[in-house]
Write a protein that binds this ligand. Sequence first.
Ligand code: GLU
Length: 465
Amino acid sequence: MHIRTRFAPSPTGFIHLGNLRSALYPWAFARHNKGDFILRIEDTDLERSTQEAVDVIIEGMAWLGMDIDEGPIYQMQRIDRYREVIKQMLESGIAYPCYMSEEELNKLRDQQMANKEKPRYNGMWRPEQGKTLPAVPEGVLPVIRFKNPIGGSVIWEDAVKGQIEISNDELDDLVIARPDGTPTYNFCVVVDDLDMKITHVIRGDDHVNNTPRQINIMKALGGTPPVYAHLPTVLNDSGEKMSKRNGAMSVRDYQKAGYLPEAILNYLARLGWSHGDAEVFTKEQFVNWFDLDSLGRSPAQHNPEKLLWLNHQYIQNADPAKLAQATKPFAHELGIDTESGPDFTQVVALLKDRANTLIEIAEGSKLFYLPAPQLSAQQISENIPATVVPALKDLIAAIENAQPSKEGYSAAFKQVLANHQLKMPALAMPVRYALFATTQTPAIDSVLVVLGKEEAVNRLSKVVQ
Ligand code: GLU
């Protein structure tokens, strides 16, 4: 079988990480099986759909590296196709016009509620052998209803939830077209999944209730239902449904906050799926390992600390040149001119082991691009004890003679410390202060490498005159 999956978002409003996870699993399943992955935009809700939301979805997927084989296919561009299928269904008798007015429907519902029955359409306009239908009222545009099977049940083996059985008695005749002829949601999904030859529908479990209706329509149209895998929801860190209101961030927000796409992808992969106890893995490993059997059955919970931890892992292990490239925009945002001063890749290499985000690296890099500090006599006397000055003078000479490497500068320090019987902090703190007017810097020997011998010696000389 040639596997074909789809991600079918409704571009209505805010797109959070949980939404993109619904893209990741069908994508991974298609890639694992060398199949196709289709992006379908379910934009028939004209009032709530926005181009902005479509853009966020497409950009987010591209950023995370989820490549698309077909699409984006917009449902609004397929309206003629849906109308054509409705026409065929009317002709073949698997759908029928229903002239029951809104008022009549409401009345029916009220009666059923009063009798403690489940509100449902009563089949008044459903054609049956030997049944006489009411006279068609004048000037009323009908809805079109699907003739749902009577009796029996719909059964499917959900790849996540196991076998699910819904009695047909629970399902009334679904409206598939409104009075103005526009097709309805569940119907469009069926036509699309059939036309697009989708073999596996992997989607949020908020659609479980739609599935029996979709299966019935699909079968009536002569199609074979795909495999369904309904994913449990993603809850936020307080166990609530994820939403913008309670602080969910969009994928763009994560990008702006200095997260790496690899870290987000890895994180999303684990949000409802596992492979043994693997926590950090590449996209290729994920695709190799991905299967529907290892999808979680209970809701996944968003864990911002874990995401930050993963981001740190990816930053720490990243190639410095690539990481520098990714960090540059953040540095520029902070007003840092990465072209004037030390080599930015070297700076990033120095900072990456301690950083959780690209913003943290950019902030740490500031130190190396600020002009040399202009220290007042008072600042010097307060931060560079007179007793250390002789050692500092020797250190300047030792630095000048040292190999310009971490090892070289480290040896220079050791030699001066031994000669003056000082401990590292006693010398390193004044050196840091002399170089940057702060004592918070990464390891001093590495800092000297990045700053460069000449610049370091210039700055140090100014405080010992
Ligand atoms: N458009 C639906 C949603 O965004 C998904 C429909 C489906 O996957 O079948 O929830």
